[in-house]
Design a protein around this ligand. Structure first.
Ligand SMILES: C[S@@+](CC[C@H](N)C(=O)[O-])C[C@H]1O[C@@H](n2cnc3c(N)ncnc32)[C@H](O)[C@@H]1O
Length: 158
């Protein structure tokens, strides 16, 4: 498969997993971990217009149409920002989307391992983590029919 086809499938999987989880999410805020260009954040605003959306990135590189309000944006290393968010809202996130990583397992797997517990403790009971990679120690949810196993991940907090 070409890298172009792979990116297309990943983005379709991302959109469909977010839609699936959002349809079942309990009350609470959303959290985008990895703003980047802001495409996913822009989409989250569309599918959840009435929810507060927190955003984490180490630097602001979003398209102007996709930049969050300063009050909802935490700039810095993800670990420290997840801790800072927990200090502010506690267990208040209904859906977190994790989009960090560079596609290199030697770097991405340890990063996810270092952040998993910090994300988990933010999730309300029944809240979702939708992720571009696998997290240990969480309950996997079935994927939408359109998504191949291992392409995207949905977890649910107890
Ligand atoms: C793949 S991009 C996110 C794409 C984004 N979801 C979108 O739809 O445009 C990953 C982002 O994560 C940020 N990032 C990577 N590692 C990070 C870390 N350890 N802490 C904070 N931000 C990080 C990068 O700065 C980059 O903007």
């Amino acid at each position: 498969m070409s890298r172009l086809d792979s990116v297309i499938r990943r983005l379709v999987a991302q959109r469909d997993c977010l839609g699936d989880a959002m349809a079942r999410a309990p009350g609470g805020a959303l959290l985008e971990i990895g703003l980047g260009n802001g495409r996913t954040y822009h989409h989250l605003r569309e599918i959840a217009p009435d929810r507060p959306i927190w955003v984490i990135d180490r630097s602001m590189n979003a398209h102007p149409d996709s930049a969050p309000d300063a009050a909802m944006y935490l700039e810095g290393d993800a670990g420290a920002m997840l801790d800072a968010l927990f200090e502010r809202i506690g267990r208040g996130v209904a859906l977190a989307h994790y989009d960090l990583g560079i596609g290199v397992p030697e770097e991405d797997v340890p990063l996810r391992a270092s952040l998993g517990q910090r994300i988990r403790r933010l999730l309300v009971p029944g809240g979702f983590l939708v992720a571009n990679g696998a997290f240990e120690g969480m309950i996997s949810e079935p994927l939408p029919e359109t998504v191949t196993q291992g392409r995207y991940f949905i977890y649910r907090a107890m």
